[in-house]
Ligand binder design. Structure first.
Ligand code: DGL
Length: 285
């Protein structure tokens, strides 16, 4: 049985892949980073859709039958359209999952399939801040999906336009810190200075600078860990859909790393983010 595909515009998806491998070290994964086209945050919705479709298709070509879009931007802009208009006709029997569902479930404490507030309301945070790319914010996906299930929760979004490009370049903390501080201050200003209960780092690149966000936000704000929640959610999905479960692989043979960018350069930087060697193979832009 083939590996599970994990797709991102660039390095960010490695934060999710890391959590997925920690949850199931014997499980094979193929990671594809579209480094040649990153950042997606600077692109139109049509471009994001076309690039995401091509990335998923490349992972299907590698024999994957289940792909996780480890990218909020691709998931927010392209996932629903892929699932409705492309997947059933072109790749029946395959599936694509995103990273928003586990976050919405964690915030509202309502299962995704429940699309309206349940009569018995679970205890949920009152104010949630979302840090994300410009297209994710513009898609309105987080406020819409949280609002359906938990209408009392106030959702405030803050776009962080420069962050992904800087992280992709390997910018040091000294360069990143003032940007993160400005975005945190922007969120606090929208909230009139009252700290949110919870924030979502709604871009898979942002956990790479999670400590900078934690420092820039008032103490006591809960920062939800998207990679951990996505990993838990995938385990749950695989239990319910065992046909997507790949056969276990011996240690050292579980991971493949593909990139549309410069494999050597990407591999060097990715190793720093992933915490171990990441020998990338180039697949052409
Ligand atoms: N990791 C992507 C996300 O979660 C980054 C998008 C980008 O390339 O701008 O949104």
């Amino acid at each position: 049985m083939a590996a599970i595909g994990v797709f991102d515009s660039g390095h960010g998806g490695l934060t999710v892949l890391r959590a997925l491998t920690e949850a199931a070290p014997e499980r094979p994964f193929v990671f594809l980073g579209d480094h040649a086209a990153a950042p997606y945050g600077a692109r139109t919705d049509e471009e994001i859709y076309a690039l995401t479709l091509r990335g998923v298709e490349r992972l299907f070509d590698q024999g994957c039958r289940l792909v996780v879009l480890a990218c909020n931007t691709a998931a927010a802009v392209a996932l629903r359209r892929l699932q409705r208009t492309w997947l059933p006709g072109r790749h029946p029997g395959c599936n694509v999952l995103g990273v928003l569902v586990p976050m919405v479930e964690a915030i509202t404490r309502v299962p995704w399939m429940v699309e309206e507030p349940p009569p018995e309301r679970p205890h949920e945070p009152r104010t949630v801040g979302i840090f994300a790319t410009v297209p994710t914010v513009a898609s309105g996906s987080y406020p819409r999906e949280i609002g359906k299930r938990a209408p009392d929760v106030r959702v405030v979004q803050q776009a962080c336009p420069e962050l992904v490009a800087l992280i992709e370049k390997g910018a040091p903390d000294a360069v990143l810190e003032p940007h993160v501080a400005r975005y945190a201050a922007g969120l606090m200003e929208t909230l009139g200075g009252v700290p949110p209960d919870t924030v979502v780092l709604g871009c898979t690149h942002y956990p790479l600078v999670a400590d900078l966000f934690a420092r820039a936000l008032p103490p006591g704000v809960e920062v939800l860990c998207q990679p951990t929640l996505v990993a838990r959610s995938l385990e749950n999905y695989l239990e319910r859909h065992p046909r997507f479960l790949p056969a276990p692989m011996p240690p050292g043979e579980t991971l493949r790393f593909l990139t549309t960018g410069d494999a050597v350069r990407v591999g060097e930087l990715a190793g720093r983010f992933f915490g171990r060697r990441t020998p990338f193979e180039g697949v052409g832009p």
